[in-house]
Design a protein. Sequence first.
Length: 76
Amino acid sequence: MAAKAFVLIETAVGKNREVVAALRQLGGVKSVDAVTGPYDIIAIIEGETLNDIGDLITDKIHPIAGISRTVTCLAI
């Protein structure tokens, strides 16, 4: 069974659209939605293992310009 996580993302002012577009280009990202509230974007990601989830977040998501902070919630 694949591992799944919800990534709550805060972006810099005015960077939502660019971040959403960049996230949608990544393999493993199943859904990306701009939201209201304390976070700006929620992405649902999947990987074969928890290590795959961690690698996707640290290697592909964190470097995206305009992301200020992320919180990852693993689905159990």
